[in-house]
Design a protein around this ligand. Structure first.
Ligand code: GLY
Ligand code: MN
Length: 464
């Protein structure tokens, strides 16, 4: 948790952004979610917007901010003696409210009264789209289930630009994520089960932070994007995609991807495509600066990828034509990156397009570009991921061939002869947009080029 002055100042800025709006802004924190029965819950994770403005990392809190008077009230229940028996003594709601600079608190049940009073008086009640079912039902029961675009836009405007305290937390989450990845790389050995490495790397963030920032991807089938099965045995000659990140105790995230040759050395074919992804990764980073639209960085990476694939003989013809058709989407059917902060895909619960697109930008329908989650013109304080990849997805290749989507630019006979069991490659770092460019978050960068990765794996083996 930050100092109370930070939360006070964030709420003041929000009020300022919403000046002229009438009524109340309503914030609902998360509640415990039973895994099987009421007393056996999933690990508690607070709502991120709640954390940003109200800080209290405990279940079943809500708050109301009066947009006309500035009055703030936190709603939650003090613990009973029964709770104390099971949980030990707890600070009172009033003490917790005071710790984030809020003077007024009331029992949770009073929220219904305050909201219905406002509705009866015809005052607007501004809410955001809930990220959890409980809050969806809660808002329905309160009769305020239509989110407020004004509130959503004001929150997005603030959370998109990270403050220095947040950047420090993101750097720390980065260091922890890099530690996870280093442990994972050292664990790659033929014959081991993937799950063993997942356990080792997740143990790193569990012992120093909150846990993982999303379900770990560790797979020799990197062409399957969110492959969460880890039962496979590590085989020689494969590419292993490891996409994982840490969530620190303050809940800020990191998100890194590296792709390792399971045998310690890339085959020539793997190296060619790896080099292409690495060049796209470096190119993207070099282009990140205030004033540049991230959509254009995505497109520059796609263009470079097509140029290299053309040299390898996988595609042919005019690069401009291929860019127009969106041929890169066959090989990279995802966007170059996303915003990151308290959520690994920051604020996507508030609406992907509102978060990732400027008002004058329209989301493409093309495969790949259409999945770009961050297209905006960059400003200092934005935190984004830079994660190009190349994937050989047999079903997608067959579909494009059948439908002629590529209009003759793809060398299907080469793909079918040599690449259908290739897998996938992705590289990802976390990037802060600075006043005059960009810097990567975290500590010392993880090995990234093919030579750096092979050298690191050679040293791992030597030291084993
Ligand atoms: N690194 C996982 C994702 O961005 O979806
Ligand atoms: Mn990512």
């Amino acid at each position: 948790m930050f100092s109370k002055e930070i939360y006070i100042s964030r709420r003041r800025s929000l009020l300022e952004l919403l000046r002229g709006e009438k009524g109340l802004a309503l914030f609902i924190g998360n509640v415990e979610a039973p895994a099987q029965y009421k007393d056996n819950c999933y690990k508690f994770r607070q709502d991120s917007t709640w954390l940003y403005y109200w800080g209290i990392d405990e279940p079943r809190f809500a708050a109301v901010l009066d947009l006309e008077t500035g009055k703030e009230t936190i709603f939650a229940d003090d613990v009973s003696i029964d709770d104390i028996i099971w949980m030990g003594p707890q600070p009172s709601v009033a003490e917790q409210a005071a710790s984030v600079g809020v003077a007024d608190s009331a029992p949770y049940s009073k929220l219904n009264l305050i909201v219905s009073e406002a509705i009866i008086k015809g005052r607007p009640v501004h809410t955001i789209p809930p990220s959890r079912w409980y809050n969806t039902l809660k808002l329905q029961s309160l009769g305020v289930d239509k989110p407020s675009e004004a509130l959503i836009k004001a929150i997005i405007a603030m959370r998109l630009v990270k403050q220095s305290e947040e950047i420090a937390e993101l750097d720390a989450a980065g260091v922890l994520g890099q530690k996870m990845h280093t442990v994972a790389r050292k664990g790659i050995r033929i014959g081991r089960v993937e799950q063993e490495i997942v356990g080792e790397m997740e143990g790193v963030t569990l012992s120093e932070g909150w846990g993982v920032s999303f379900a770990t991807i560790l797979t020799q089938h990197g062409e399957v994007f969110h492959n969460h099965g880890h039962a496979a045995i590590i085989e020689p000659g494969k590419l292993m995609v490891i996409d994982a990140g840490a969530e620190g105790n303050s809940h800020y995230a990191s998100d890194f991807t590296r792709t390792y040759p399971t045998s310690g050395k890339y085959t020539p074919k793997q190296r060619d495509l790896y080099q292409t992804v690495w060049e796209c990764h470096e190119l993207a980073f070099s282009l990140i600066k205030p004033g540049t639209a991230y959509r254009d960085v995505h497109l520059a990476a796609c263009r470079h990828m097509l140029e290299n694939l053309s040299q390898i003989g996988i595609v042919h013809g005019s690069i401009d034509d291929m860019m127009e058709i969106g041929v890169a989407g066959l090989f990279m059917p995802h966007g170059l990156g996303h915003n990151m902060g308290l959520d690994v895909h920051d604020m996507e619960d508030l609406g992907e397009d509102l978060v990732g697109y400027d008002p004058d930008q329209k989301r493409s329908k093309q495969l790949g570009l259409g999945s770009l989650r961050m297209a905006r013109k960059l400003v200092p304080g934005n935190v984004i991921t830079d994660e190009p990849g190349i994937y050989l997805i047999p079903d997608l290749i067959a579909l494009w061939k059948k439908e002629g989507t590529d209009r003759g630019h793809v060398n299907y006979s080469l793909l079918e002869k040599e690449y259908l069991d290739f897998g996938g490659i992705r590289l990802e770092d976390d990037v802060l947009v600075t006043e005059d460019g960009a810097r990567r978050l975290g500590g010392k960068r993880l090995p990234a080029s093919a030579d750096e990765i092979e050298e690191a794996m050679r040293l791992d083996k030597e030291n084993n």
